[in-house]
Write a protein that binds this ligand. Structure first.
Ligand code: DAH
Length: 340
């Protein structure tokens, strides 16, 4: 029996020295100390022995059990320590490894164009005004002298949300908001998104940008309008730029005009950009209609004003030679990167 105990201890020691997992250790424990384990069986079989033999063997068996238990504990902590080390090795970070360079984005051509327009008007003493993209029908049409039957209200051009709310079709409602919020003298520009129910093609997009302008003060005349917009054109497209004003119609201005600039590509000789005419249409403008000033509570006997509105996409496309408006909304980085 003593011999068997020795062999059990030896075998347990051997097994545990090769144990590589918690499961291996547990298997060994069951094999020797479990309910049907080898050592348990020896202890159980001692009933048939004499009291002295039982005492002697009992002591020896208990000692072997204690030693195996100690071995099991050692093995368990050795395995745990090994797992910890392996985890540390796997999680190690090489802090000396060079970082990946962060790629800087570029500004969108629409942003660049709006910033350039803003810079010019700021230099002439204009301040920024803003309005919401979701507007009232009143601010977008009625207050701008486009009565209930004006064609620009047509369902096919306007995204109506309900009878009173729409997606603004122009930045002109910012004029109304400004007139209601400020007292003359007023000198603001208002860039922003507009929406019209157009099918996308090379020159149309249901979402586009405009920059609006409004000046109201005592003694403002058409000469101020022409002076400011001519100066804008020269700062935006170059000092040689010429301007001309053609009569036009807008419900919120009277008289109204469109401004053309001499072609900045060919200087007026005629080319592809200006379609051979030497001139490029750039914006709509006019003297603010008294009905609009009245909505804003402005004393029309004392004050007059002018307003203008331009399409940002059109200017950006002309300036950068972009021939399809859809390119501006595809977010192809290879396209956008060209306009640094
Ligand atoms: N809102 C006009 C449009 O979308 C552009 C415009 C024309 C604005 C004349 C003005 C203006 O302020 O005076 O076509």
């Amino acid at each position: 029996m003593q011999e068997r105990l020795k062999k059990i201890l030896e075998e347990a020691r051997q097994e545990l020295s090769g144990a590589a997992s918690v499961k291996d250790t547990e298997d060994t424990r069951i094999k020797f100390l479990g309910k049907k384990g080898q050592l348990t069986e020896i202890l159980r079989s001692m009933g048939s022995l004499s009291p002295e033999e039982r005492k002697e063997l009992g002591q020896a068996a208990n000692q072997v059990r204690a030693e195996i238990e100690a071995l099991l504990a050692d093995t368990a902590s050795r395995i745990k320590e090994k797992a910890r080390e392996a985890r540390f090795r796997a999680e190690a970070i090489d802090v000396t490894e060079p970082g990946k360079p962060a790629k800087l984005g570029t500004k969108h051509p629409i942003t660049i164009t709006i910033e350039e327009i803003a810079r010019v008007f700021k230099s002439m003493g204009f301040s920024l005004a803003e309005g919401p993209e979701v507007e009232t029908v009143f601010n977008n049409f009625d207050a701008l002298n486009a009565g209930p039957y004006h064609p620009s209200r047509d369902l096919s051009d306007t995204f109506y949300i309900n009878d009173e709310i729409l997606l603004r079709t122009q930045t002109s409602p910012v004029q109304v908001r400004t007139l209601l919020a400020q007292k003359p003298p007023i000198r603001v520009f208002a860039p922003g998104r507009c929406f019209r129910c157009d099918t996308p093609d090379a020159t149309h997009s249901p979402m586009f940008h405009q920059v609006e302008g409004l000046v109201v003060d005592e003694g403002i005349t058409m000469a101020d309008l022409k002076g400011v917009l001519d100066s804008f054109a020269k700062q935006m497209f170059g000092p040689e730029t010429k301007t001309k004003f053609r009569p036009h119609h807008f419900p919120f201005t009277e008289p109204s005009a469109e401004m053309d600039v001499s072609c900045f590509k060919c200087g007026g000789k005629g080319c592809r950009v200006c379609k051979g005419s030497g001139w490029i249409e750039i914006l709509g403008c006019g003297m603010v209609h008294p009905n609009v000033l009245k909505v804003g509570g402005v004393d029309t006997e004392r004050y007059t004003g002018f307003a203008f509105g331009m399409g940002v996409e059109r200017i950006a496309m002309l300036k950068y030679g972009i021939d399809d408006i859809r390119l501006l909304y595809e977010n192809d980085v290879r396209f956008i990167e060209q306009f640094k």
